[in-house]
Design a protein around this ligand. Structure first.
Ligand SMILES: *Cc1c(COP(=O)(O)O)cnc(C)c1O
Length: 385
């Protein structure tokens, strides 16, 4: 099939009115290459079993009969099931009104910035961190400020407090465990930040103080090491705290596109104002509910992925690499004078990892034992040791 370029069809060159600030930008995304060993985007390497896939297909088939109607706009059943999942996973009891969901936690966080960010407002985070955060800021016309992390990628609460006082951000984004470093924040740090943030937001039109909304992005929360609690435990104390989760990582459902958060019902109600109507399709809701019914099986590999992660950290350290402590399903390691050459050498051997993070570091996701073995063998070859 051939298509006619629009300029040829109209006979005149037309300039599209691209918004200022978007000139020359390219879409975000890691390369999607067809390679045997994919360890680049922190997916769960285990696909759903035949039984789980069949149950999801069945749920979707049933939902298909009702596709002439718009879906349940407030997805009450799904919110209740997500609350139940969090109760089992973290021991924190939440009401369905405290849960919000969207097409990936990326959309959940966009909702947060649509509700609390905007022109004249600031979102604060700490680099190195998730590379999508500045894009949410850009897309909502919110100013982006990145403070820095300590040498070991932890956060100093005093430094955070100083940045809050200086910038009076409407939102602070804290990934814990952080991507790409794997660093989890101690609960005491999150508490200190929530305390400081209670009156650290932008000044209200009446001159009064507002809170800065503290977003703890726990996309990798299920992989946290023993004894690292979830920020969900703090929700009862802080109405300006939101804890974001996703079915994309530990749950092994990246293709489903379902992310969610837990917060005070009043905060959730504000997100309902900015969401598009019917943003969660009936098929997504049905598939997510079916997947949640199999949470035991789908989460069954988390313990072995954690063990695999710890073993990989140990192996890399034994070989003299610097490795960041990881509470996630990936490991940041280095330091390489020419990290691109190492990344490329691995790719030539069929192993795709991610060239991300501060200069000299690379990030590898934890795969199956076979994939990890392939990564180790390829790395030895590339480095010649
Ligand atoms: C992978 C990831 C997410 C998940 O995004 P989804 O839209 O839910 O797939 C969120 N935050 C961080 C830091 C991530 O690395």
């Amino acid at each position: 099939m051939t298509t006619t370029p629009a300029t040829e069809a109209t006979g005149a060159a037309v300039r599209l009115p691209l918004r200022a600030g978007l000139e020359g930008l390219t879409p975000y995304g890691a390369p999607q290459l067809d390679v045997p060993v994919l360890l680049n985007v922190n997916e769960n390497p285990y696909p759903p079993s035949d039984a789980v896939a069949a149950d999801i297909a069945d749920a979707v088939r049933k939902a298909a009969h009702g596709l002439n109607r718009y879906p349940d706009r407030d997805f009450g059943e799904l919110r209740a099931e997500l609350a139940e999942y969090l109760r089992v996973e973290s021991g924190v009891t939440l009401a369905p009104e405290q849960i919000w969901a969207a097409n990936g936690s990326n959309e959940v966080m966009l909702h947060l910035l649509q509700a609390f960010g905007g022109t004249g407002r600031t979102v604060l985070s700490f680099a190195p961190t998730y590379s999508m955060y500045p894009e949410y800021a850009r897309d909502t016309l919110t100013a982006w400020v990145a403070g820095s992390r300590e040498e070991d990628f932890t956060l100093d609460p005093e430094q955070v407090r100083a940045q809050l006082a200086e910038h009076r951000p409407a939102v602070i984004l804290l990934a814990s465990p952080n991507n790409p470093t794997g660093t989890a924040l101690p609960l005491a740090t999150i508490e200190a930040i929530c305390d400081a943030a209670a009156t650290a937001g932008p000044t209200a039109p009446d001159g009064g103080a507002t809170a800065c909304v503290v977003v703890v992005d726990e996309a990798y929360g299920e992989f946290r090491r023993e004894g690292t609690p979830s920020a969900l435990a703090l929700l009862g104390r802080y109405p300006h705290l939101a804890v974001s989760r996703t079915m994309s990582k530990a749950f092994g459902m990246a293709g489903l596109r379902l992310g969610y958060l837990a917060a005070d019902p009043a905060l959730v109600d504000l997100l309902r104002v900015v969401r598009l109507p019917y943003h969660l399709s009936a098929l997504t809701q049905a598939a997510a509910l079916a997947a949640l019914r199999h949470r035991g099986e789908l989460m069954g590999q988390v313990a072995s992925l954690r063990a695999e992660r710890d073993a990989l950290v140990g192996w890399l350290r034994e070989r003299g690499h610097r490795v960041a402590d990881s509470d996630a399903n990936f490991v940041l390691f280095g330091l390489f004078e020419d990290r691109h050459a190492v990344w490329n050498g691995l790719l030539e051997r069929g192993v795709l990892i991610r060239e991300v993070g501060p200069q000299g570091w690379l990030r590898v996701s934890v795969g199956t034992p076979q994939e990890t073995a392939a990564f180790k063998a390829a790395l030895k070859e590339v480095l010649g040791r």
